[in-house]
Design a binder for this molecule. Structure first.
Ligand code: AMP
Length: 393
């Protein structure tokens, strides 16, 4: 294996998350928040100890790209003499053709920029630091890892919408997201849940963003997110699946325009919209407000219904895996979802569930249930290193 450090980057509209990996070990991680407003950096070393982060006050970055350029010298200082091998980026959209991570070239960037209309809230922000690093450090390899790539194994019947046929060719189809998370879970199944690795599994990525993925033998065959990351389960502030006629109605009756619809569906809906309390699951669990309780009920109902739907796509169910913030930490929610899935043969072991598993189903349960922490950054670090090794051959 090539010795050296990979920097994993995840750029949003006003934030830039970064982690330094040597092999599978995290040397340092942190984030720049408030980019464009009042940027601040926080960072910790691999043991979780807070580090003195660089002060960006002198030339506050206005974009994630500027933040990366401001951060690079500081990151280099923390390499401890090890070589910097590459930057590995999380990129939301790889479109219909990219089924694996790619080494960044000018042509690839043009290709990915053309996908921006499919993910206008994320793709441009993901790409701008890649452009900036390419100009500033042209010799430094960069790898783009896509949230959509893992789902390219989904059969055509599950990818198309029942719109006029030519729409799919225009790119209006189901892509699916959270692919790096699902890929990580699939990669550890042989070790953590060997009985499930070749079977029919629904992975529930339940975090601020939430989706389900049906795995058959470790490959994605169906998922709840679709053309965008708005579809499927209700999320922190996103609505999940709704009848598109609701949008038509609101446009006609309330005069909502594109910005209004976008704000409603992406930022004012989901758990926040239902509860009126918070988008954060911990707040909802701690709240006495009946609407907070109702929002939790809706979430559990929709997750359980989604698992049933994916079990149908799989032709049966051998197990469920819970992951991400809610899936890894909220034992009561896992219990409620498993209870609602008892018809699929899931029998929960309450003690194991309270202890966070990893196995949380009873011995002899027809379908198993597991809790497995996800690690999208590690997946990006591994892909980046593997691509470098491939290109060096
Ligand atoms: P993620 O997007 O994976 O970071 O997950 C964030 C979500 O996980 C938020 O809604 C958090 O409230 C939720 N979460 C994190 N820890 C807990 C916990 N201990 N109990 C319930 N929900 C949690």
């Amino acid at each position: 294996m090539t010795a050296g450090v990979v920097v994993v980057l995840n750029a949003g509209s006003s934030s830039l998350k970064f982690s330094l990996y040597e092999g599978d070990a995290v040397l340092l991680s942190g984030q720049v928040d408030g980019i464009g407003v009042r940027p601040g950096v926080t960072a910790r070393d691999g043991a979780g100890t807070k580090l003195t982060a660089p002060d960006l006050a002198a030339g506050p970055p206005g974009t994630p790209a500027e933040a990366l350029l401001a951060l690079l010298p500081w990151l280099r200082e923390h390499l401890g003499g090890r070589p910097l091998l590459a930057l590995g980026h999380r990129v939301v959209h790889g479109g219909p053709n990219h089924d694996r991570p790619c080494l960044v070239t000018a042509a690839l960037l043009d290709d990915l920029a053309a996908l921006s209309p499919l993910a206008p809230l994320h793709q441009p922000h993901n790409l701008s630091p890649i452009h900036a690093a390419m100009e500033r450090t042209p010799g430094l390899p960069q790898v783009a890892c896509f949230d959509t790539a893992f789902h390219r194994t989904i059969p055509e019947v599950a990818q198309v919408y029942a719109l006029p046929f030519e729409m799919a060719a225009r790119g209006i189809r189901r892509y699916g997201f959270h692919g790096l998370s699902y890929e990580y879970i699939a990669s550890v199944l042989p070790e953590v849940a060997p009985g499930l690795a070749t079977g029919r599994v629904v992975v529930a990525h339940l975090g601020n963003g939430a989706s389900l993925c049906a795995l058959q033998g470790g490959r994605s065959v169906a998922t709840t997110m679709g053309f965008s990351a708005l579809d499927g389960l209700p999320m922190g502030t996103r609505c999940g699946e709704i009848d598109p006629a609701v949008v038509l109605h609101l446009m006609r009756e309330d005069g909502l325009d594109i910005a209004g619809v976008e704000a409603l569906l992406y930022r004012r809906s989901g758990l926040l919209g239902l509860s009126g309390v918070s988008s954060d699951f911990r707040d909802l669990l701690a709240s006495e407000d009946p609407r907070a309780r109702f929002a939790i009920k809706v979430f559990v109902y929709r997750v359980a219904r989604g698992i049933g739907s994916l079990a149908a796509a799989l032709g049966g169910l051998d197990g469920i895996v819970f992951t991400a913030g809610i899936g890894e930490n909220a034992a009561s929610i896992r219990a409620a979802i498993c209870e609602a899935c008892s018809w699929l043969g899931v029998e929960l072991d309450a003690v194991a569930n309270a202890a966070t598993g990893p196995v949380i189903s009873r011995a002899g349960s027809r379908a198993a249930a597991y809790v497995i922490p996800t690690d999208e950054n590690l997946m990006i670090a591994r892909h980046t290193r593997a691509l470098l090794a491939d290109t060096a051959e």
